[in-house]
Unconditional design. Structure first.
Lengths: 116, 112
């Protein structure tokens, strides 16, 4: 079974600083997709960034970027110039196809607090 | 600009009662999903559907049933609620399995 592991239950950082959230996953497949979702106190799930495993270039969305290390099965999220609105739960997720059965598996989340 | 709408937003049930959660999407998406979110466990897939009239089991399907009679609606049923089903339930939809999921705002369900 595929697994996604987020080893940091909670993190906090000062406003305007940079923070990196860790995520590792387990699969023997070559083709898959990785995602970071944000869940603010409103409970709404919001897609932050998406990475295709076949692409070597790391995905970037404004202040958000990933460090995708395929051999190490690592997919960390870097938030630059952090803002108060970045305070939220962050979930890493992996979509892995196994004999036509595709399932999006989530990690347990990292609660990020931006300190004013 | 509705997207994915879940009803109800909150519900309290007694053990043994039944209820149905409704998910509606207006984006003509083929794929729809039901997840539950519990503290320290992330989101876990209950059931999903790859198109109208089809359903499939996810990671934690026991105690739940689903139906997708219309493309835009995905219903999640609890026939006999148990305290272990106390959770936040999220519905999501997507155009394809590898594309972005659009989530509803969740349903907080408490079973006493």
């Amino acid at each position: 079974a595929q697994t996604v592991t987020q080893s940091q239950p909670e993190m906090s950082v000062q406003e305007a600083e940079t923070v990196t959230l860790s995520c590792t996953y387990d699969t023997s497949e070559n083709n898959y997709y990785l995602f970071w979702y944000k869940q603010p106190p409103s409970r709404q799930m919001i897609l932050v960034i998406r990475q295709e495993a076949y692409k070597q270039q790391n995905a970037t969305e404004n202040r958000f970027s990933v460090n995708f290390q395929k051999a190490a099965k690592s997919f960390s999220l870097k938030i630059s110039d952090s803002q108060l609105g970045d305070t939220a739960m962050y979930f890493c997720a992996a979509l892995i196809s196994n004999f036509g059965n595709e399932k999006l598996t989530f990690g347990t989340g990292t609660r990020l607090t931006i300190i004013p | 600009n509705a997207g994915v709408t879940q009803t109800p937003k909150f519900r309290v049930l007694k053990t043994g009662q039944s209820m149905t959660l409704l998910c509606a999407q207006d984006m003509n998406h083929e794929y729809m999903y039901w997840y539950r979110q519990d503290p320290g466990m992330g989101l876990r897939l209950i059931h999903y559907s790859v198109g109208e009239g089809t359903t499939a089991k996810g990671e934690v399907p026991d105690g739940y049933n689903v139906s997708r009679l219309k493309k835009q609606n995905f219903l999640l049923g609890l026939e006999s609620a148990a305290p272990s089903q106390t959770s936040v339930y999220f519905c999501a939809s997507s155009d394809a399995t590898n594309e972005k999921l659009f989530f509803g705002s969740g349903t907080q369900l408490s079973v006493l």
